[in-house]
Design a protein around this ligand. Structure first.
Ligand SMILES: Cc1cc2nc3c(=O)[nH]c(=O)nc-3n(C[C@H](O)[C@H](O)[C@H](O)COP(=O)(O)OP(=O)(O)OC[C@H]3O[C@@H](n4cnc5c(N)ncnc54)[C@H](O)[C@@H]3O)c2cc1C
Length: 497
């Protein structure tokens, strides 16, 4: 194992290159081929907190990274009109209230709610309360007794600028970039990938290949014919349209997802502009209708023509096949409702480093890698499907979603939740209990009862416990700076790039 070739220079390609460059420290000869003429998707703008681990691994300075990518902070996602028009809730990152004795905070809230004594669930999350008030600050490590010690965050950024920034780091670590369009892929007699040929005839050989070529899956699908698990029966949206508009004030620390007639619309506030997009089902609305709907719902001046994309939700049958691993859109696509795609790149790239072959690839390692990938993708899919299924909206699209048969893994989770309000995070499942709880309650799926141990406390004690949490969170939010001010002081970007 001497030479690694990364095919593709989108977010996935450069994230992989920067990570390999940093962690492999020159152990392998690493080259990346990309074609400017083909270009990148480049619309991924919202992330989840785990991205901080990736940024730490490659030693990014946070303020510098945010300046260079026009980034803002993200405390969670605001879901508007998902159950029915007029309803909204937030999936905030981080903890909800605090545990008490054996139980999580929401168990006491369920009891108080039964008695009509609970405040909105949002009042027990520092992230949600701060997001709604447009406030932000970093968590204070010296204040772990306070909600201020538990603020969790991710970023909203310009993915094209992120890839550009990562490219400079990767090249600094010795990754070679070759410009050119791959027109042919050669395999060995055994069926492994041997080399790629560029327009103009240059042949690039390697021992191991990372396919980051985007939806086309140049190596993993077009060459190795790996196959695709189509999940569109659960995630029927198959088109997206992205369009930037002028930045509007205030700069909120939340990604917004608003349900529409046949899909949903995102709104992601960055420093230099706001990213918008519509994700929709082409069986329920045509492209012209979708474009009109998107453009009618921008809250700033439109800055470019819509970028139109087609996809099929799902994933490759094997992310690692022979001497090739697919990452990013080449590996599959889960729509951006919970901002998970960049995370799935990061997680697979780190997993690959941890399982990197020592010499020849062995099937046991490949199978284990694929098993872990399948698990992560399936559980992430389930979390996204939950949002669609739990709705009372009008229209054929939403009716289909609420009557579809759920994946068994999701149905089991909902059934356990419905009995006593319990959620169990399995293995390395991406979303923690707090995320499931907020979305289940947010989407109106209420359990029949709560944990019996709640009865150890009197209603008065519970009311006092919950009241204290909400009051403390309210006080903390009052003293936090606004998100606009925080960004302006901490990581101001040049507004025109
Ligand atoms: C509508 C939409 C919204 C999204 N929103 C989010 C979000 O909010 N959060 C999030 O985490 N993720 C999001 N994503 C996903 C995110 O954009 C992608 O995961 C990420 O951009 C990775 O893309 P990629 O690098 O795999 O592919 P691409 O960006 O398509 O890059 C492919 C690369 O391969 C190269 N290439 C292809 N063919 C050849 C060839 N023949 N020869 C040479 N080079 C070639 C191209 O030049 C390019 O460099 C979104 C995706 C879509 C479609």
């Amino acid at each position: 194992m001497k030479k690694i070739l990364i095919v593709g220079g989108g977010t996935a390609g450069w994230m992989t290159a920067a990570l390999f460059g940093k962690l492999f420290q020159g152990l392998y000869d690493i080259e990346l081929v990309e074609s400017e003429a083909i270009g990148t998707v480049g619309v991924g703008e919202a992330t989840i907190p785990a991205i901080k681990k990736y940024n730490d691994l490659i030693k990014l300075d946070e303020a510098e990274f945010m300046r260079r990518t026009q980034a803002t902070f993200k405390l969670g996602i605001e879901f508007i009109d998902w159950i029915r028009p007029g309803h909204r809730y937030i999936h905030g990152f981080g903890v909800i209230g605090q545990d008490w004795e054996w139980l999580r905070c929401h168990q006491y809230w369920l009891r108080a709610n039964e008695r009509g004594q609970a405040r909105p669930f949002a009042d027990y999350s520092i992230n949600t309360a701060a997001g709604l008030a447009n406030k932000f600050m970093h968590a204070r490590a010296d204040m772990l007794e306070s909600p201020i010690g538990h603020i969790a965050y991710a970023f909203q950024f310009d993915a094209t600028l992120y890839a550009k920034y990562l490219r400079s780091l990767a090249e600094h670590h010795g990754i070679r970039r070759t410009e050119g369009r791959i027109v042919d892929v050669a395999t060995t007699r055994d069926g492994d990938i041997a080399s790629v040929t560029l327009e103009g005839g240059q042949v690039v050989e390697a021992d191991f290949f990372i396919d980051c070529s985007g939806f086309r899956g140049l190596l993993i699908e077009q060459t190795l014919k790996t196959g695709y698990d189509d999940w569109s029966r659960w995630l029927p949206c198959d088109r997206a349209m992205a369009v930037p508009c002028k930045r509007t004030e205030p700069l909120i620390p939340l990604t917004r997802a608003t349900a529409r007639d046949a899909g949903w619309q995102w709104r992601i506030p960055l420093q230099h502009r706001t990213g918008n997009g519509l994700v929709y089902s082409s069986r329920h609305i045509d492209d012209d209708g979708a474009e009109a709907l998107l453009l009618a719902n921008l809250d700033g001046e439109q800055l470019a023509n819509p970028n139109k994309l087609r996809f099929t939700s799902g994933k490759r049958r094997k992310m690692w096949n022979r001497n090739c691993v697919a990452l990013g859109l080449a590996a599959g696509f889960l729509e951006p409702l919970e901002s998970t795609s960049i995370h799935l790149v990061q997680s697979a790239a780190v997993r690959l480093v941890r399982m990197f072959p020592n010499g020849a690839t062995d099937q046991a390692t490949i199978d284990e890698f694929n098993r872990q990938e399948d698990f992560e993708w399936e559980r992430t899919r389930d979390f996204i499907v939950l949002h669609y299924w739990a709705n009372e909206r009008d229209g054929e699209f939403w009716k289909y979603c609420r009557t579809m048969e759920l994946p068994a893994t999701l149905q089991r989770k909902i059934d356990v939740w419905r009995s006593n309000g319990r959620i169990f995070r399995e293995d390395e499942e991406l979303f923690a209990e707090e995320s499931w709880i907020q979305v289940l309650i947010g989407q109106g799926i209420m359990p029949r009862s709560h944990d019996p141990l709640v009865a150890i406390k009197s209603d008065e004690q519970i009311s006092q416990f919950l009241g204290n949490i909400a009051t403390t969170i309210g006080r903390c939010v009052d003293v936090m700076p606004t998100h606009d001010d925080y960004v302006r002081n901490y990581c101001p970007a040049d507004l025109i790039q």
